[in-house]
Design a protein around this ligand. Sequence first.
Ligand code: ADP
Ligand code: MG
Length: 761
Amino acid sequence: MRRLGGVPVFCFMPGQDQRGVSSVVIFQSFILNVESHAGSIETELLCNISVMPSNAVVDIIDLSTHVMNLPQVSGRQVERFAHLGIATVTDLLKHLPIRYEQEHGESSIGDLVMGVVGSVRGMITAARAAPAGRGGRQAKIEVTLEDSSGQMKLVWFNAGYLRGRLHPGMQVRVQGKVTTYKNRQQMVNPRWEIIEEDDQVVPNRDYLRPVYPATENLPSWAIEKIIGEVLEYVGGQILDPLSKATLKHHAMPKLADAFYAVHRPACEDDALGARRRLAYNELLLLQIGIALKRYDCRHRLTAHCLHFSEAVDQQIHEIFPFPLTGSQQRVIGEIRVDLQRNWPMSRLLQGDVGSGKTVVALYALLMACCDRKQGVLMAPTEILAEQHYLSISKMLEHSTIRVGLLTAAASEVNRKALLRQLGAGKIDILVGTQALLSEDVVFENLAVVVVDEQHRFGVLQRAAFQRPAVAQGVVYCPHYLVMTATPIPRSLSLTLFADLDISTIDKLPPGRGPIVTRVVGSDKSRSVYQYMLDRLGRGDQAYVVVPTIEDGISGPSSRLKNLRQHTKMLQEIFVGFNVASIHGQLKRETREAIMSRFRAGMIAVLVATTVIEVGIDVPNARMMVVEHAERFGLAQLHQLRGRIGRSGDGRKSLCVFIADPSTEPAKERMKAIGATHDGFKVAQYDLEIRGIGDFFGTRQHGLPALRVAQIPRDMNLLQLARRDAQAIVKADPALANDDHQVLRQLLVQQFGVDIGLVQAG
Ligand code: ADP
Ligand code: MG
């Protein structure tokens, strides 16, 4: 069981015994203190659903039955279904056709219609196997079929298995799409069967045949057959969470009818309406999950309501070495309102690389300090944590606020001392890496949590942090601010991040030097470094990024530039300049020393792996070269580029991506990164090139598994579902009304553990 301390999370776990039978449905809720939250949704649901007996042998087929227990499904097919992401009957029913093919009833060969799936019966008058590849596997079988109205050709490719099975004189019925080849009608890879003596002519009925996403070994027609049979069996068990009135209002069919219609539509419109209903249903459940979480946050969780006054505001501003931009002021205003409430803030702060998110975060942390509470800032890498620690310490040099740093690199002795101070309230702001998530990191009075570059953490960790503090018998949850330089497209912010409020910094601080980006082939690298030498001579500093430290994995023959060799090579070219290298595997002290020497200008060229990707801030570094840029992701390249152009004196910086892209996506990435410097545009390209699933890494980030609905295509439905969900949760947050019982049950059944991830937000 995951412990998510503090945050009420509900988690649905379809259990399975050795046979994979879903006979157990465990409903677990992670509320910190069940007693003190008596009467909450979770407790009620816990009572309601609880654990269903696992010894009850499942002999009826229901919506949660595993496909392996369906008599229609063979052992081999189970695996193939798994490939399609199908485990249970519910998954099966949600496996929707990608399209439909109009199929005509049986006709004569002369009446076949081009381009339509037709069906004819006739006699085979000729059959031959065209020469096959080795092993006979690629054999092509050609057959001539005749009836009284004419003749046509039938062709099967890769059909070695048909060799010798089709002979002249056989009566067969075939079905397939009618095409022409060399002016003759033909069907390619038609379905066929031998006609028995007593076989009746199939009535001439047209049929809209569903075409399912299939695999080579599990063809669409097999899926169609199984779904058709299963639907007959379980159709009556499908419960509808929507009232008649709602159905009428939205002009939607009943849920069970929608399942029938989507798999066996009478017409295309029928199928469209059904799909709309199913997508809405899915989105509604998701949105209700999110709305419940939000409701929960507001009504059941308590946070420190932080004191604020003009004096506090002025005090904080005096700490910053520069006046804040309008954008920064605005988002600080939004955060300030949240922090003065007695329920926890959940806010996402998005802003392009270099937009100045750190001071905004610091403002929130300082509001905690001014109210004698603690704040914590978590960064994804040690280098970034160190950098935050240094810059924050520097700004707070003349204040009484005490800042601590905790990373995995801390020695046991230092770590113990630090934790003691932390527990005693002698550290006001703690900066660190994921090492902060360890059980023994206990604050005296934690009020504000800031997580930098969220996209590098899983969603789960987002929740794991919220270990609440107890004061005078009240459980306090911290306010929570997540920062990202990867802007979230609106379609995603309504689903994946819908439980977070969003603030956006949309303008960079003034005086940023423009960055010129060039994408060149590796044949140009010599002149690129020649030019770098030029700029070094003028006092600039530079980064050179390579993909690996050593050439371990790719072997000696690989041409991949690595840190060690490349550093050596550059040291030879840049005579008289100090060339050093840095990577994630170095000891912290070593890294810190290198970074501070680079910052001080004692190192001219820093050869690095992507450890410098985020947060590093050295104003005089005005040139960057990224070797093998085609190997990096778009967001990563944009982050890397954000390390330069930080001088504030308006002078141009240069970023050169050296790349020899060979695949289409890689070429597109190179084109995109050269075309824009706008992080929001980069994110949009990224989404387009990679698709939603890869944008954040589906699993890691708990992207809800939408089976029917498609974002952004179903944005309108999403908005509708969102409004409805909010209204439902507002009116009946415990889902206690009789009207909502089915809804509640479906929430448990359908989401499985995934809702737990969404909830973890
Ligand atoms: P990011 O949003 O990428 O985390 P940072 O917070 O690291 O950006 O800020 C980038 C740089 O801009 C830092 O050197 C920071 O000191 C500087 N900066 C931030 N805000 C301002 C401002 N209002 N005026 C001038 N410089 C600023
Ligand atoms: Mg940053």
